[in-house]
Design a binder for this molecule. Structure first.
Ligand code: FAD
Length: 456
């Protein structure tokens, strides 16, 4: 069948689903998007569900591919580094890069989703349906059962089905991709809670907007990202059970005492702390890995449905967007697309990369909550930036490769391990930057493979 006649159904009109709809529609497919929630266009965001996100190069590239880079950019605030808030109230700024054009951006999740849905609703090949959940898939018949807001069930047919229905994917389950041999879900023993830091009475940001703020406290942390309305969304990441843990923060007095003790400079800027803490949901965090994303050659999972990761590298959405740009590039490389082989090739090329970012995201939790406050870590970070300065072809720090480049995550992971060994060697008997042995550095770095030509 010619591609203009093929009917693609996308379950989930979130970030990945709405972007994918645009990619398919622009290539002539008839696209139906079924979204469980109500239409968020023209609505305020519900509180407590990761309101803002860090958008980096992989995400920007994917938005650029559908002509939305400029519109998306207008919704973002540059964050040029981490601003560390120590317990004594002092702060340190750790830049993300030595290049002024390399930074990450804070973006509103509902704002970005709205932009994608608006663009999709203007495309003649796309039909959007809200308050419609995919509840079942029949792979033989190529039909799905959809439930509307009134609970009425109806059947729809598809030529291609894409499961972009997030970490709790009903499509994944119905396709039989949750059996123990292909699926694993590891919940973190930490959860998160969002808290609002409004703008000051004079309308200014309460803290510098040019940074991702972190209060690292060893086994837990508070972070804050700026919003366009000059507020910040703060997120507390804390063990479920522990001292401290969510299990202990059960009344307003204990909560306030904990914040006064640990986050004194933030607490005075959080006027609705108790309200937010006790009324916003506590979000769980986990890693989902599937070793199979496709069945029968006409159904494919992508985004969080295929690979949910913990948020500590700020990559879940960026990685979901990259799924779409990789799929789109693979489609462009073929004149007559054979979907079963394309879906198989997509899965095989992508899974090693999504597993790699899943691992790196888990490692980054330790870096954010613990290491950024550590002198040794700060020294290694400074040395890493200097190595990049001296040997730009061989050395680009792992954070930069993830956030400012499109080098496959698997390559970044391997490169990062080699770099980490070099940094540990160079810093092992050194307490300050001035005593680093740059001759040894040159020898060690010269053994690294060149990073040129590694982009997707
Ligand atoms: P989702 O955004 O979950 O979208 C899935 C959609 O499917 C939803 O709209 C849902 O309503 C719909 N749906 C669900 N079930 C059905 C069904 N049965 N039928 C139809 N529709 C259905 N990523 C970053 O890149 N940077 C960050 O800074 C970042 N920070 C984060 C902070 C937190 C606290 C969390 C939890 C996540 C963060 N992420 C971040 C990850 C990011 O939110 C996800 O990776 C991203 O939302 C994945 O997009 P998606 O479209 O695959 O899934």
């Amino acid at each position: 069948m010619s591609r203009s006649k093929l009917h693609a159904v996308i379950g989930g009109g979130g970030l990945a689903g709405s972007l994918l709809a645009l990619v398919l529609a622009k290539r002539g497919y008839r696209v139906t998007v079924l979204e469980k929630r109500s239409d968020l266009r023209g609505k305020d965001a519900p509180g407590g569900r990761s309101i803002n996100l860090a958008l980096s190069e992989r995400g920007m590239y994917a938005l650029g591919n559908v002509g939305l880079a400029e519109k998306a950019l207008k919704q973002t605030i540059p964050m040029r580094g981490r601003l560390i808030h120590n317990t004594d109230g002092s702060t340190n700024f750790l830049p993300y890069s030595r290049h002024p054009h390399e930074f990450i951006r804070s973006v509103s999740r509902p704002g970005l989703n709205r932009l994608l849905l608006e663009e999709a609703s203007n495309h003649p090949n796309i039909k959007l349906f809200f308050e419609c959940s995919v509840v079942e898939v029949d792979q033989q018949e190529k039909t799905i059962v959809v439930q509307d807001a009134q609970g009425t069930l109806s059947k729809r047919s598809f030529d291609l089905l894409f499961g972009a229905d997030g970490a709790g994917s009903a499509i994944r389950k119905s396709l039989g991709l949750e059996s123990a041999d292909v699926f694993s879900s590891e919940m973190l023993e930490h959860s998160y809670k969002e808290l609002e830091m409004p703008s000051l009475e004079n309308g200014d940001f309460a803290m510098s907007p040019e940074a991702l703020h972190i209060w690292p406290r060893g086994t837990y942390m508070l972070i804050a990202l700026p919003n366009l309305n000059r507020s910040f969304t703060c997120t507390l990441f804390l063990p479920n059970d522990g001292a401290p843990g969510f299990n202990q923060l059960t009344d307003a007095d204990t909560l306030r005492a904990f914040f006064n003790d640990q986050f004194a400079d933030a607490v005075r800027l959080l006027p609705s702390l108790e309200h937010d803490f006790f009324s916003n949901p506590t979000g769980s965090l986990g890693t989902i890995r599937c070793s199979s994303w496709t069945t029968s050659g006409h159904s494919l999972l992508l985004g969080d449905a295929a690979h949910a990761i913990v948020p500590f590298f700020g990559q879940g959405m960026n990685c979901a967007f990259e799924d779409v740009s990789v799929l789109s590039e693979m489609m462009d490389q073929t004149q007559e697309i054979d979907w079963p082989s394309l879906m198989g090739a997509f899965e095989s090329s992508r899974i090693p990369n999504t597993n790699a970012i899943a691992d790196m995201a888990l490692e980054n939790y330790i870096e954010m909550r613990d290491l950024v406050a550590d002198e040794g870590f700060r020294l290694r970070r400074r040395v890493a930036l200097e190595l990049e300065n001296r040997f730009p072809k061989q050395f680009k720090p792992r954070y930069s490769l993830v956030s400012f480049e499109r080098v496959p995550y698997k390559v970044v992971q391997e490169t990062g391990r080699n770099q980490s060994e070099i940094l540990l060697t160079l810093c092992q008997d050194v307490t300050d930057f001035e005593h680093v042995d740059w001759t040894l550095a040159e020898q060690l770095v010269s053994r690294l493979p060149s990073l040129d030509g590694e982009a997707h």
